[in-house]
Design a protein around this ligand. Structure first.
Ligand code: AGP
Length: 612
């Protein structure tokens, strides 16, 4: 949940690190800090709050020019988000500086050990114990000291450290938490993700589990925690720095909402062979494996969980394989029934969500095969899965997920069709028809984006609403959940999504005069479902609700009951979420903006939740 940047080379390290932290700030923004080594001293500047506070401090109290060091943006776990708990943390002699992402689960025992040895700790963090342990272990070789300390730690951690007595060396380590190397010409970088160094190099080196990396300007050495040379994978980052800029939009979120047509189109690219059959080349599961599957469990968190709920409908409808959908943080604690014939599908934009990562580890221990659906090439979850289907949404910087969600829906449809194709449930002409439906989605999303003006006006009208409810049936129910989540995380409002049929079993008691209720109406072609939800709209309207109805263009039956009608293009039932969610993304974004909140970095949140 934190952002880390390390550097060694010829440039001024403060410039490189601060540039990287600006690109990583979406990973956490409770505090920020930098450490450099100048002469035989480690010098640190750190400040609570956003990066701008650190920038002000550096302007008032600049650090001297230096060529190696690191920086950190924090999402607080242990210790309040204040100056004293901000990273980097130092040992008592101020010779070692360390930054950390994750949770050291045995930090209390380590803290006692240090205090018993007379060490006085200056912060409430788990991280600080590492700086003292490194000082204790250091005998001229920081990488060796790091290996010794890592062998004592339990939990999830990415660590980056420098020592005043070992010039031009930056050392990193990782377990269950992301860290990637950027290889430059006469300079090298460390980052929580490639955004940290994308402005300088696109040559990246993936670090594996329980590895220590020793960075010099002209070399990178990677070992295991036991000091054995480690295998690493080098790769080219598949997007450039401009992709991680706002491109003239006020917010990354708005830019990413408007990138959705292209993101969907890019996710479909190259997935159909010359015979019109689907090819998922990263799908490293054999056709025989896939024919052997007798149950599917889909896991994810937040928005990824919602795209999993949508996946259930298409996979069951097209393959008749039973599908369970689980919140990743609950999955392994309910002692799930798994086996060789269970396919676990893990959906994750970042590929680093700890809840999801721990869930797939559990699934693999139980003998199940895991297919990841992920937006970040080379991230941990696809690396630890048997197969992966990448989405090609490009970097999603805003904490609130939008284009990743749409591309996840596309990807799960491709997986459902691929399973049906491999298992002989769909002939190639049927596949071709569904693929045509998918290929029409970018244009359909474009059309929604062209007509969201009234949605923006509605958001500003409702800026003082106390709560908003969201109703849907069938695949409209996960859309209701996702619309509610967007409003919670952006406008800090009470918002709740329900299956419309559940209304009369309790939630209808919430309906009162003027309460805004968003209803996602199924296509007219689903007459039974459609008629039932029209009845639901009448029920809430009769009790004073302010009805905001999303329905397909030309559906006149709902108009009399809609205080606000938001038409979306008519698309096949299973693809309706692709168009229905877009107005709700814009609605939440606009409402947050109307409230004056930080749209891209909402309070208390971070983009990638790399702690359990
Ligand atoms: C969505 O808007 C949130 N930012 C959050 O729920 C997110 O979807 C969730 O943390 C899962 O992240 P992942 O897709 O990177 O695993």
């Amino acid at each position: 949940m934190c952002g880390i940047v390390g550097y060694v080379g010829q440039q001024n390290v403060v410039d490189v690190v601060m540039g990287g932290l600006r690109r990583l700030e979406y990973r956490g923004y409770d505090s920020a800090g930098v450490a450099v080594v100048a002469g035989d001293e480690v010098l640190v500047r750190r400040r609570a709050g956003k990066l701008a506070n650190l920038e002000k401090l550096l302007a008032d109290k600049p650090l001297p020019a230096a060529t190696f060091g690191m920086g950190h943006t924090r999402w607080a776990t242990h210790g309040a988000p204040n100056d004293r708990n901000a990273h980097p943390h130092l040992d008592e002699a101020a010779k070692v500086a360390v930054v950390h992402n994750g949770i050291i689960e045995n930090f209390a025992a380590l803290r006692s050990h240090l205090e018993d040895n007379g060490v006085t700790l200056a912060s409430d963090t788990d991280t600080e114990v590492v700086s003292h342990l490194l000082a204790e272990q250091f005998d001229g070789d920081l990488a060796e000291a790091m290996r010794a300390v890592c062998r004592k730690l339990e939990g999830a951690f990415t660590l980056v450290a420098v020592h005043a007595d070992q010039p031009d060396v930056v050392v990193g380590a990782r377990r269950n938490s992301p860290l990637v190397v950027g290889r430059g010409d006469g300079e090298n970088f460390l980052g929580s993700d490639v955004s940290a160094f994308i402005a300088h190099t696109r040559h990246a080196v993936e670090l594996g589990q329980d590895q220590v990396v020793e960075l010099r300007a002209d070399r990178v050495d990677v070992t295991t925690f036991d000091g054995q040379p480690a295998e690493v994978r080098e790769y080219e980052v598949d997007w450039d720095a401009s992709a991680a800029e706002k491109g003239g939009y006020d917010y990354f979120m708005l830019k990413e909402i408007y990138e959705q047509p292209k993101a969907v189109a890019d996710t479909l690219l190259g997935r159909i062979d010359d015979e019109g059959l689907l090819q998922l080349d990263e799908m490293r599961l054999s056709d025989e494996d896939l024919r052997d599957v007798d149950k599917i469990v889909i896991i994810g968190c937040g928005t990824a969980f919602h795209s999993g709920l949508i996946a259930k409908y298409s996979i069951e409808h097209w393959t008749r394989i039973p599908v369970e959908v689980e919140v990743a943080s609950e999955f392994r604690y309910r002692d799930p029934i798994l086996g060789r014939r269970t396919l676990v599908i893990a959906i994750s934009q970042s590929g680093e969500t700890m809840d999801t990562l721990m869930a797939i580890r559990h699934a693999r221990e139980q003998g199940s095969r895991v297919l990841a659906i992920c937006n970040v090439n080379g991230s941990t979850i696809p690396r630890e899965s048997d197969a992966v289907v990448y989405t090609y949404a490009g970097p999603e910087i805003a904490v609130a997920s939008t284009k990743a969600f749409l591309t996840q829906i596309i990807a799960v449809h491709l997986v459902a069709l691929y399973l049906a194709q491999v298992r002989g449930m769909k002939w190639s002409d049927e596949i071709a028809r569904h693929v045509d439906d998918l290929a029409a989605m970018p244009e359909a999303v474009d059309r929604v984006l062209d007509t969201v003006g009234p949605v923006r006006a509605l958001a500003r009208e409702l800026v003082d609403a106390r709560a908003v409810l969201f109703l849907g049936r069938h695949v409209g129910f996960p859309v209701a959940l996702e619309g509610a989540l967007k409003l919670k995380e952006l406008a800090y409002m009470h918002a709740e999504g329900f299956p419309a049929g559940e209304l009369k079993h309790g939630p209808i008691a919430l309906i009162e005069e003027g309460l805004p209720v968003v209803v996602v109406v199924p296509p007219l072609s689903r007459k039974v479902l459609h008629d039932k939800i029209v009845s639901n709209i009448q029920e809430i309207r009769a009790r004073g609700a302010r009805t905001i109805v999303i329905a397909e263009e030309g559906d006149d039956t709902v108009a009399p009951y809609a205080d606000t009608l938001i038409p979306v293009p008519a698309v096949p039932t299973l693809l309706q979420p692709v168009v229905a969610i877009v107005p709700l993304q814009v609605f939440a974004c606009e409402l947050a903006s109307a409230k004056g909140y930080d749209v891209d970095q909402p309070r208390n949140l971070a983009k990638s939740v790399t702690v359990e």
